[in-house]
Design a protein around this ligand. Structure first.
Ligand SMILES: [Zn+2]
Length: 123
């Protein structure tokens, strides 16, 4: 019997190059090189995702902050979208009795069907 075939775990392949794996049941990579390449890829991907989230939150904050600086407490969702506001990103959200509130750092707001309203700084 072919040793390699006998020890190949059905369906198990290297996470990096997809070659079949042989040997220990917890093996994830066919070689140290594949482990290194895969871990670098994951690290790079996670850092990229993190940067996108950070940039989006900072951009949202900047937009809300600019509205407050000119005494505006609400804006239409369309206007905010055009300014680059991404409604899917916030730093905190909770439900208060009748409505949900959102926060972007120290700025709180509510989202209605058409508008972002009650924009204000929290203490
Ligand atoms: Zn591999």
């Amino acid at each position: 019997m072919d040793y390699q075939k006998r020890n190949n775990r059905k369906g198990c392949s290297c996470l990096n190059c997809d070659q079949p794996l042989y040997g220990r049941s917890d093996k994830k990579f066919c070689s140290p090189q594949c482990r290194y390449e895969f871990n670098n890829y994951v690290k790079k991907f996670n850092n990229t995702e993190k940067k996108i989230i950070e940039m989006t939150l900072l951009q949202n904050y900047d937009i809300l902050n600019r509205l407050l600086s000119i005494n505006r407490k609400s804006a239409s969702r369309d206007e905010l979208r055009a300014l680059g506001f991404d409604i899917d990103y916030c730093t905190f959200t909770t439900v208060r009795t009748t409505h949900r509130v959102y926060r972007c750092f120290n700025i709180e707001y509510r989202i209605t069907k058409l508008r972002v309203v009650c924009i204000h700084y929290i203490n």
